[in-house]
Write a protein that binds this ligand. Structure first.
Ligand SMILES: [Zn+2]
Length: 253
């Protein structure tokens, strides 16, 4: 089986044809997925997503840009969900300096709060870091959190190694299939196999050969095949390793 370790099939981009998207997951052998919620409404929607033969895990967290957009109350409401038994991970949380440079302190504050809550609850974190690798690394290290994944990792292989040393997994998305994607390929080749994950981050970051269209979990097959070939591995062996990594990070049930 294939696994999509990070998707947003709760997004309104799938409201019209979610059943078809789920059916294609099953047809393509993408049987497990982590559904990430960015707010309570998305989480409620996620709790209703079911499909025979598919197993979903759920996460929720305050997204970097929402740390200054959301009210204190909205943020508290999300934090309250962290302890729910059906929440397997806290995220996506982190820092994004690409879109926002004016609220760095607020971003760091909310990120750190969530790291501490994750540690208290002993749940893994899903990290979104864009043009903020150094600060992200520093805060994780300080927090004592040693269990999580760098989602849609876009940094250097050197930095990836540092995150791996902290106990983190590195998750690669469809961007690795793009012709000019040098760095993600270097990362795939240098990260220990038992720390690698793959994801779609759908509806965004659609892999080749569907680039330009809406992304969906069944397309994780293209990213997975691409990486298996890059590593010179049998697809079957690669799939098994990814499943093992996913189960180890997020738990089997
Ligand atoms: Zn995401």
């Amino acid at each position: 089986m294939w696994i999509d370790s990070h998707c947003h099939i709760n997004d309104e981009a799938f409201d019209e044809d979610r059943e078809d998207v789920l059916r294609r997951m099953k047809e393509n052998g993408v049987l497990k997925a982590m559904i990430v919620s960015l707010n309570k409404e998305e989480l409620e929607k996620t709790r209703k997503i079911e499909y025979e033969g598919l197993t979903f895990k759920r996460s929720i967290g305050v997204y970097p840009e929402d740390s200054y957009r959301f009210s204190e109350e909205e943020i508290r409401n999300i934090y309250e969900e962290f302890r729910s038994p059906d929440i397997a991970a806290i995220g996506e949380i982190g820092l994004d300096y690409h879109w926002d440079k004016d609220h760095k302190e607020r971003q760091k504050e909310v990120f750190y709060e969530q790291l501490l809550l994750a540690k208290q609850l002993d749940k893994p974190v899903i990290i979104h870091a864009r043009e903020a690798a150094e600060d992200t690394y520093k805060l994780i290290k300080e927090s004592g959190v040693r269990k999580g994944v760098m989602h849609c990792y876009s940094g250097s292989k050197e930095m990836a190694r540092e995150f791996v040393k902290l106990g983190f997994y590195i998750s690669l998305a469809g961007t690795i299939t793009f012709k000019n994607a040098r760095e993600p390929k270097e990362v795939a080749l240098s990260v220990p196999l038992d720390r690698l994950l793959i994801e779609t981050d759908c509806p965004y970051l659609t892999p080749v050969p569907h680039r330009g269209k809406r992304n969906e979990p069944s397309y994780v097959v293209h990213t997975g095949s691409f990486i298996a070939e890059l590593l010179g591995m049998e697809e079957e062996e690669f799939r098994k390793q990814i499943e093992k990594n996913y189960d180890e990070l997020f738990g089997i049930v």
